[in-house]
Design a protein around this ligand. Structure first.
Ligand SMILES: *Cc1c(COP(=O)(O)O)cnc(C)c1O
Length: 460
């Protein structure tokens, strides 16, 4: 194609926004392993999951075959308030780095919740409303998911009850207040409002909580309150499905200019933004149409892919949830509280875990001081103040671009810039004051956690 000048921002029109989500499972030869009932060790079917999740979302969760799933009009309508999101050519960063690499990022922080989580929040709230439910419960760690869900529930007139990991509840009072602006009720977790919360508090007095604890509380609350279901902002197959809108838009924008990325990079907490970003590209790779290098970036303090085990494990600390087969550090693993921001989850999406296990993607772990260095380097030339989570992807994008500078290769890099960091200024402050440290778990700590993985027949 002619060397048409590529603009700083490639926008799609509303008409060009995807009308269907893409389900990458349809193209996977090795499907992600099913959720198991912890009591019986048997796969969980539609009826088993109904007490916890909304009906339509269970169908999406279990559907490994339908390639394209229509986005309902009301969801598309909501998407139009903040989508399509821009795909930015990072000309300023390229210049600053002096790299021949071409860097693109898909920016998902252009909405009040400040992250990509709104893409799935509106979908999940929509199906809950369709089913005639009164409300939903959930957990939130850093606060982005709780905020996104509060916004979606407010829009549709659903009640929203959020269990917020206690250390975030205390460190991020403004996040909490944003959720309350949108009408959500917010409880610090672990709390005394649930049985499992009281048990965790008794076993670990003074704990600052974890996502795994908050999930247990939210699930218990949903299953014991009539007219309520539980929703989750990451990890699940359905969430990756909704987030495929990120990858579909990115690909449509790049296709307009005939650009094909060589390397695709995203941060990985539970895997939803990365799964969504890579989906259409991974689909091509799985169908043998095109090859890409795909890199998941995780914190060295919570290294599920790079140091975890591929095994069935609980999704929560209280062991009330189904078992998922995934790369996990063990549901008892609680990452160091000095680790800033999100990406603190012990497990990983089953879809991404299977793809990683099959050698279709790579993973790297990075230390948080290096992540914040990259965040500032990026902010100073590209303008956007990035979330700490997103900055993991920035770190590796910069590292890959610097490698191109050494080798002279003109690689095209695409990374996901998942959100903004306005509520993470305490972490930035620690970084500026030189008080930020990297707490990396020892092998002995991980082994102790692995020793408590559940025993499932047929697993070593
Ligand atoms: C939640 C979040 C993440 C990590 O979650 P994934 O499910 O792995 O995408 C990354 N970035 C931001 C800004 C987030 O809010």
């Amino acid at each position: 194609m002619a060397a048409e000048k590529i603009p700083y921002k490639i926008y799609l029109s509303e008409e060009e926004m995807p009308r269907t989500w893409y389900n990458v499972r349809a193209d996977m030869k090795n499907k992600p392993a099913p959720l198991l009932n912890p009591a019986t060790g048997q796969p969980m079917g539609y009826e088993d999951l109904r007490p916890v999740f909304c009906d339509e979302l269970i169908r999406q969760e279990l559907d490994n075959d339908t390639r394209e799933i229509p986005i309902p009009d009301e969801i598309r309508h909501f998407y139009k308030m903040y989508r399509p999101s821009p795909l930015v050519r990072a000309y300023c960063l390229e210049k600053k780095l002096g790299t021949p690499a071409k860097i693109y990022y898909k920016f998902e922080g252009n909405n009040t919740s400040g992250s990509h989580k709104l893409n799935s929040a509106i979908a999940q709230a929509y199906y809950a409303k369709q089913q005639g439910l009164k409300g939903v419960t959930t957990e939130t760690g850093a606060g982005q998911w709780g905020t996104a869900l509060s916004m979606a529930c407010a829009y549709l007139g659903l009640d929203c009850q959020v269990y917020m990991v206690k250390c975030s509840y205390e460190q991020k009072p403004f996040r909490r207040e944003v959720m309350r602006v949108y009408g959500a009720s917010v409880t610090p977790s672990p709390s005394t409002t649930t049985q499992v919360g009281r048990r965790i508090l008794a076993e670990h007095p003074g704990t600052t909580g974890s996502l795994g604890c908050a999930i247990s509380e939210a699930v218990e609350k949903a299953t014991t309150t009539p007219g309520y279901r539980y929703v989750l902002g990451s990890v699940l197959n359905q969430v990756l499905l909704h987030q495929s809108v990120i990858g579909l838009e990115s690909k449509a924008a790049l296709d307009k200019y005939g650009v094909v990325p060589d390397i695709i990079i995203g941060c990985a907490g539970g895997g939803s933004n990365l799964g969504g970003l890579i989906s259409p590209f991974m689909g091509q790779k799985l169908r043998g149409e095109q090859d890409y290098r795909i890199i998941a970036v995780e914190p060295a303090s919570c290294p599920s892919f790079t140091r975890g085990k591929f095994a069935y494990d609980f999704c929560d600390t209280g062991m009330v949830c189904p078992l998922a087969k995934m790369y996990t550090l063990g549901s008892n693993f609680i990452p160091s509280p000095n680790h800033a921001g999100g990406l603190r989850y012990h497990g990983m999406s089953s879809v991404l875990s299977q793809l990683y296990h099959d050698g279709l993607m790579e993973a790297v772990a990075v230390e948080q001081t290096k992540v914040f260095e990259a965040a500032e380097e990026f902010a100073r030339v590209e303008g956007i103040l990035p979330a700490p989570e997103s900055s993991h992807a920035i770190r590796v994008a910069i590292d890959e671009a610097l490698r191109c500078k050494e080798t002279g290769e003109e690689k095209t890099i695409l990374f996901g810039l998942t959100g903004t960091g306005y509520f993470d200024m305490v972490a930035y402050e620690k970084f500026h004051n030189g008080e930020m440290t990297d707490t990396i778990p020892t092998d002995a700590e991980l082994e102790a956690s692995f020793a408590r993985l559940p025993q499932v027949p047929g697993q070593d």
